[in-house]
Design a protein around this ligand. Structure first.
Ligand SMILES: Nc1ncnc2c1ncn2[C@@H]1O[C@H](COP(=O)(O)OP(=O)(O)OP(=O)(O)O)[C@@H](O)[C@H]1O
Ligand SMILES: [Mg+2]
Length: 352
């Protein structure tokens, strides 16, 4: 993306925590991660993508920004308030497309078109068939406004609102390079409440799907089966109570839930393969806090039978000396969306 100006501060308000990243670009395109902030949110702050406890979010933002003079931010909108669809339209000029896209959207979007903000991007023009593939993005205005109002309350200025799938793709392309036309890359992001699958083929987004499942389900199942408190279950899931002691049932419970989640992911991949006519996937990259669960990567690999690895966002920007390594430790997978948002600039020219 052609762009100029300073980087925005990336702010990822997830259901389990707020993540903040700031990237500084030097001459010659060198990048440094100059800030990483993390603020856990109490359970039930955000449910099904809806912000229930606004004051907890504002408080968190104020805490994360209290020493910061840089207040122009790029925010992440929850997948719950946005629909992404690839649609086929007749070939037309960009001006015609801008006119037509709302009509096209009406046939694809299940909610009132006057309540959504529509955006689009042409993926492919197929001159011989007189058709083009267009990525249609529809975001519920009210939910986006709720989000930006929270930022305003915390004295932040929202310049950009983006989606998990696109920010992660941006990180991927900056970290590993734009995929070759013959490659099919799968980006899977598993957070606390949501899993996003994004498949890049032919150099562009070919398929995206959100699955309403994530790390919370593992915690809840440990909690239920062992009859313990949520915090305890969460600590066991993440490797112990500080002394590394975990009841022997825990790995088995984790495996049960992970198998189920990997099964849902594989159904998305199978659906893509069946409908695209594509034969195989090249590689799978996993990110999000739940990517720390090794058994999940193994379960995905067992089904898909292609290489599976962690997406490393630090390839985009190495942390500079100001960042306390302890704050980032174990959290790089969780930082991916905030990193992607932090790549966005004050002024950007759109991709054409
Ligand atoms: N070391 C770890 N082992 C297992 N799970 C972990 C570990 N670290 C984080 N998690 C899990 O990752 C999840 C949080 O990840 P992330 O920060 O990506 O989610 P989020 O952005 O807050 O949520 P969402 O985007 O789904 O609303 C939690 O369920 C947490 O328990
Ligand atoms: Mg998230």
């Amino acid at each position: 993306m052609a762009s100029e100006g300073k980087n925005l501060v990336g702010v990822d308000i997830g259901s389990s925590s707020i993540k903040v990243c700031e990237i500084k670009e030097g001459r010659g395109g060198t990048r440094k991660l100059v800030r990483f902030g993390y603020h856990p949110l109490p359970p039930d702050t955000i449910v099904d993508g809806h912000i229930i406890n606004a004051s907890a979010v504002v408080e968190g933002l104020e805490k994360l920004f209290h020493k910061s003079r840089r207040r122009n931010v790029a925010l992440r909108a929850s997948g719950h308030s946005v629909i992404i669809k690839k649609v086929v339209m007749p070939l037309m000029t960009p001006a015609e497309l801008s006119e037509q896209i709302r009509w096209e959207a009406e046939t694809h979007i299940p909610f009132d078109i006057s309540e959504v903000h529509i955006d689009h991007e042409v993926l492919h023009r197929r001159e011989d068939e007189q058709q083009m593939d267009v990525l249609l993005v529809a975001a519920k205005r009210e939910e986006i406004a709720d989000l930006t109002n929270l930022a305003t309350e915390a004295r932040l200025t929202t310049r950009v609102v983006d989606l998990d799938a696109f920010t992660i793709q941006n990180v991927y392309e900056q970290a590993y390079g734009v995929p070759e036309p013959h490659e099919t890359i799968v980006l899977i992001h598993v957070g606390a409440s949501l899993t996003t699958v994004n498949i890049i083929a032919d150099g562009t987004t070919a398929f995206t799907r959100d699955i309403a499942n994530g790390g919370n389900v593992i915690t809840e199942e440990i909690q239920r089966q062992l009859g313990i408190l949520r915090e305890e279950a969460e600590a066991y899931k993440c490797g112990g109570d500080g002394r590394g002691i975990v009841p022997r049932e825990v790995p088995e419970i984790i495996n049960q839930v992970v198998e189920q989640l990997a099964g849902e992911i594989q159904r998305s991949l199978d659906f893509y393969l069946a409908t695209s006519g594509e034969r195989d996937l090249t590689r799978i990259y996993v990110s999000g806090g739940t990517a720390n669960v090794r058994a999940l990567l193994d379960a995905i690999h067992d089904r898909a039978r292609v290489p599976v690895e962690l997406l490393d966002p630090l390839r985009v920007a190495q942390p500079d000396s100001k960042i306390d390594p302890m704050v980032l430790r174990g959290r790089t997978s969780q930082a991916v969306v905030a990193m992607g948002l932090a790549l966005r600039k004050e002024k950007e020219r759109r991709r054409s």
